[in-house]
Ligand binder design. Structure first.
Ligand SMILES: [Zn+2]
Length: 186
């Protein structure tokens, strides 16, 4: 018995609906032009807190919503797909969302972090960079990290936001910036 089994009737209802017929022209051109990068925390579901509907956004989730090398690779790839297959766009906005009370903050506890590092072999210094303790600060850093990576399409934009798990409200910290403009101001 899989935990998925009790949900299969919901899937049958979904399949019987016409929701999934509303697909974008190309799967890498989501309806709302959004690529949301956020935490894996189940309380931090962008389809709920942004009222997203089917195929409205691409969503990438990591611990803390941190911009990891894998996230950069994915954003670079989707940007390249748009450049190659739909150069007229529309290009997406990569919206990075960090949140309050993030479980990644537990990695700031040296004892816990060292234990995880020993258990897994992950570099302790790399892990020490991950905790989201001040989401407004870390989201600014991750917007910068994504904007400054030359593999990212110059046609996209990147924005930064904080979601408060105690109010349900999203606050914009960094308005959308294009990598071209970001490089011009450095
Ligand atoms: Zn989190």
């Amino acid at each position: 018995m899989s935990n998925i089994d009790p949900l299969l009737p919901r899937n049958a209802a979904f399949a019987a609906s016409d929701v999934w017929h509303n697909t974008p022209r190309l799967p890498f051109l989501p309806h709302k032009g959004l690529y949301v990068i956020t935490c894996i925390d189940p309380r931090v579901d962008p389809f709920e807190f942004l009222g997203l509907e089917f195929a409205d956004a691409i969503v990438g989730r990591t611990v803390g919503g941190r911009v990891t090398p894998a996230v950069i690779q994915d954003v670079a790839y989707i940007g390249y797909l748009v450049e190659s297959k739909a150069p007229e766009g529309p290009y997406f906005e990569a919206a990075i969302v960090h949140h309050t009370d993030c479980g990644s903050g537990l990695l700031a506890d040296e004892h816990l972090r060292h234990g995880f590092s020993e258990r897994t072999g992950y570099d302790d210094h790399m892990l020490a960079d991950l905790p989201v303790l001040d989401p407004a600060a870390t989201v600014r850093a991750d917007v910068e990290r994504l904007l400054s990576d030359p593999r990212i399409s110059p046609h996209i934009t990147v924005s930064g936001h904080v979601y408060d798990v105690h109010t349900g409200l999203l606050t914009t910290i960094v308005e959308p910036v294009s990598p071209v403009d970001a490089r011009a101001t450095v």
